[in-house]
Design a protein around this ligand. Sequence first.
Ligand code: TXA
Ligand code: MG
Length: 415
Amino acid sequence: MNALCRTLTRNLRTMASPTQLLECDPASIAFPDSLDSPALPVISSPSTLDALKLSAHHLLALDDVVAFPTETVYGLGANALSPPAVARIFAAKGRPQDNPLIVHVSSLPMLRRILPDAYAFPPAYSTLMSLFWPGPLTLLFPADARVVPRGVTAGHPSVAVRVPAHPVARALIALADAPLAAPSANASGKPSPTRAVHVLNDLGAAGRVHVILDGGSCTVGLESTVVDGLSTDGHLRVLRPGGVTVEDLERAMQTLPEEGRPRVLVHRRDYEDSVVESAPTTPGMKYRHYSPSVPVTLLMTTSKAPPGEAYVSFPDTLTSLASTQAPRKIGLLAPSDSPLLQHLSKSTGPPVEHFALGARADPATSAARLFDGLLTLESGGADVILVEEISEDNEGLAFMNRARKAAGEIVYVRE
Ligand code: TXA
Ligand code: MG
């Protein structure tokens, strides 16, 4: 193996075999400009090429899972067209069988291979694909049950697909020449990993993945936006907010003729659907999500408390935590310019470690740092993690969607 390839033998009880952490250099990978081209990328780093070839071997010859970086979060990939390989994803994550997977392709010709022959993209999809692919946008397509295994779709008539923008992810798919089904590479219910070490500490430590490609930190930091444009009214329904913002989608639709222009409908903001709410196809609705092993409290510092809900002061929140949960260390995920920070030096309770989100005016940085912050504070020994709310504009919508699901408790705070 090359110099960059490190085999880490970890002395862990549960470890069945060593986990290989293979470093890849994203800058050494160049793709053709057009998504229409099925051509392979040019890879100038020999060690990166070796790591990708070894991973492709695990995926294709062994039907095994491989963890790899995407621009959103790390994914746990397997050959999407092989039922036994897909079953290994569910086993490795402990994922409920009825939660469908996203299929990742490297080009439009590869997308065509999994869609029904006569299927024509609606105009809204053509616009979205040309603007946001490769990138953090997942679209639902009609599933061809003869090609896409039931394990991927969980028996639904649609299949979710995206083209990842991370060069390592896209190169792995192109080299394997197979669409990869890939959920986030975390044990079910845990925060999604945004660095290779997060995968190593979670699925790697449990012996559930044997190859992890390390391509650095994920720049988006939370998952793709899942959009359903298949309903007969032609409107786009955002099932999960993510890296492509609702504002981005709305701007994209403005480029289409006004007559028959699709609207962008956000679940819970623009429509309610009791059937959808109880179904696992509304991502994150049915199962526990994004929670570290320590309790998370969401601090609402700007939203109005609902009737009957009292406000507490931030120092009182810390005091009450210290007396009821007796933490040794409190983790605080708050914007870098949060007014709460001025109280920390005066706090007399347990130490509070601040993991800075972006400034209040920078929701993209807050989104990129949320999961990293939860995982870093947890592994740094925080017993309780407080997350401060941010405004639900742009990337703030996805941030708050994940923060609400991670939190066991919501507290309305006034300074
Ligand atoms: O950014 C991402 O999307 C990451 C990276 C690895 O690409 N993947 C990811 O996968 O977040 P996962 O499995 O953690 O989340 C996929 C979500 C699930 O909550 C699932 O319910 C939804 O997408 N989904 C998948 N197929 C669907 C379908 N046919 N209809 C509706 N929702 C679907
Ligand atoms: Mg996930």
